[in-house]
Design a protein around this ligand. Structure first.
Ligand code: AMP
Length: 221
């Protein structure tokens, strides 16, 4: 059997660009884990760990959690054996120091090169998508009242919990803050990875399967 090359992927894009949804699909397609720092932080928050309590202050306000916290989480996760064939980073890196730290970690672990896909979506569309987001308070699965509603109203498809909620960071003030954080701290990574010759940009607006097709084509091309 011919060994598959490592697929070390980053999906980059604003909050609500569809990184989570696309990452989940890519993970299944390529048989590699999705690593979402947002999901990891929300899990820590639900469990009430010291890290979760610390992160909560920032997350509820739509601010980025300090670099040192998320870098530590990702470094630990990348040491796990299931990431050897590759991984999909969703929501990390979000700042230049995080991107620098990631390169250093991959080098230290002797891992192959990165590929970065920018899922491009206009800010007005991000606003609309984030505005209608509802989530399961138990398992964290997320839906959109208009675009991807749950099968049974107000009920989680994944775990059956009734009473879906608007996350604190999906409330209007936090949404504006998250978009500002993206523009100020994360968007510079587009330039960073373009200069490194690692980035490909795809149009993130359209049917989920069509967007997935664009991502796969960008990776295969
Ligand atoms: P997400 O689900 O990826 O939109 O992340 C939700 C929230 O978690 C963000 O608004 C941040 O507060 C925090 N967060 C997730 N990933 C990072 C990261 N790489 N750096 C800093 N904060 C993060």
């Amino acid at each position: 059997m011919v060994a598959q090359p490592e697929r070390n992927l980053i999906l980059l894009g604003g909050p609500g660009a569809g990184k989570g949804t696309q990452s989940q699909r890519l993970a299944v397609r390529f048989g590699i884990p999705q690593i979402s720092t947002g999901d990891m932080l929300r899990a820590a928050r639900r469990e009430g760990t010291p890290l979760g309590k610390e992160a909560d202050k920032y997350m509820a306000a739509g601010q980025l959690v300090p670099d040192s916290v998320v870098i530590g989480l990702v470094e630990e996760r990348l040491k796990a054996a299931d990431t050897k064939p590759g991984f999909i980073l969703d929501g990390f890196p979000r700042t230049v120091p995080q991107a620098d730290a990631l390169s250093a970690v991959l080098k230290k672990l002797g891992r192959g090169p990165l590929r970065v896909i920018e899922v491009a979506v206009a800010e007005s569309v991000l606003h609309e998508r984030l505005g209608g987001r509802i989530s399961c308070p138990k398992c964290g699965a997320s839906y959109h009242v208009k675009f991807t509603p749950p099968k049974v109203a107000d009920t989680c498809d994944t775990c059956g919990t009734k009473g879906l909620i608007t996350r604190a960071d999906d409330k209007p003030e936090a949404i504006s803050q998250r978009l500002r954080e993206y523009a100020d701290k994360t968007a510079p990574l587009i330039d960073y990875y373009t200069k490194a010759g690692l980035l490909k940009r795809i149009d993130g607006v359209g049917d989920l399967e069509i967007v997935l097709g664009r991502v796969v084509q960008a990776l295969d091309g």
